[in-house]
Design a protein around this ligand. Structure first.
Ligand SMILES: Cc1cc2nc3c(=O)[nH]c(=O)nc-3n(C[C@H](O)[C@H](O)[C@H](O)COP(=O)(O)OP(=O)(O)OC[C@H]3O[C@@H](n4cnc5c(N)ncnc54)[C@H](O)[C@@H]3O)c2cc1C
Length: 163
């Protein structure tokens, strides 16, 4: 049911798309928002084994949207170099479609927040990570997006430079 890319030559290999997800530190999570308006909200995330993990407050537009529909997409822009004289940009980006859920199991939540902590604060000690997680554990909501369809695309100028 997922569409294929019209400009296939610009499509990145799956491994390259995964690498962009691994390397990125933020993207835009698109959800079914209020009154039929899509809700596209910027979020930090971590990629692991075909899934994306996010931390969130327990209340708000985002979690209401997840409760409304588990279908989501997430876009990460890896590169966007403007070339004014060429009227274009050198871009690389990925879009992941999938199903999102709120983690309820304590062990799953703990594993997800530790992945996020290791991704964003890799040099902090285990004690420091534990203390940080402990300080906001009760307010924390962890979301898991299972990727069902992933595509990466780059500007044709980048594609031609590689071939
Ligand atoms: C680079 C980046 C990384 C972020 N990482 C995280 C993260 O890991 N976890 C996290 O919980 N939040 C993160 N945020 C903040 C996030 O974008 C939301 O503001 C936050 O999650 C609250 O979302 P909500 O739907 O619960 O907000 P609500 O307050 O319920 O949203 C109500 C309304 O406020 C407006 N709004 C909400 N967020 C934004 C926004 N970012 N910019 C402009 N208008 C907004 C919208 O109109 C929305 O409908 C990040 C933001 C940025 C820019």
């Amino acid at each position: 049911m997922f569409r294929s890319m019209r400009r296939k030559r610009q499509q990145l290999a799956h491994e390259e798309a995964v690498e962009i997800l691994r390397a990125g530190t933020s993207g835009v999570l698109a959800l079914a928002g209020d009154d039929g308006y899509p809700y596209a909200v910027p979020m930090s995330y971590v990629y692991a084994d075909g899934k994306l993990y996010f931390h969130s407050a327990r209340a708000g537009h985002k979690v209401d949207a997840v409760a409304r529909s588990p279908k989501a997409s997430f876009c990460v822009i890896a590169q966007d170099d403007v070339l004014p004289e060429r009227f274009t940009t050198l871009f690389r980006s990925v879009i992941a479609f999938g199903t999102i859920r709120v983690l309820e199991d304590e062990a799953e939540k703990r594993a997800a927040i530790e992945l996020l902590a290791r991704r964003y604060s890799p040099n902090e000690s285990a004690e420091s990570v534990d203390a940080e997680i402990g300080s906001f554990w009760n307010a924390l909501c962890l979301l898991e997006l299972t990727i069902e369809h992933l595509t990466g695309k780059e500007a044709k100028e980048l594609m031609m430079a590689r071939s």
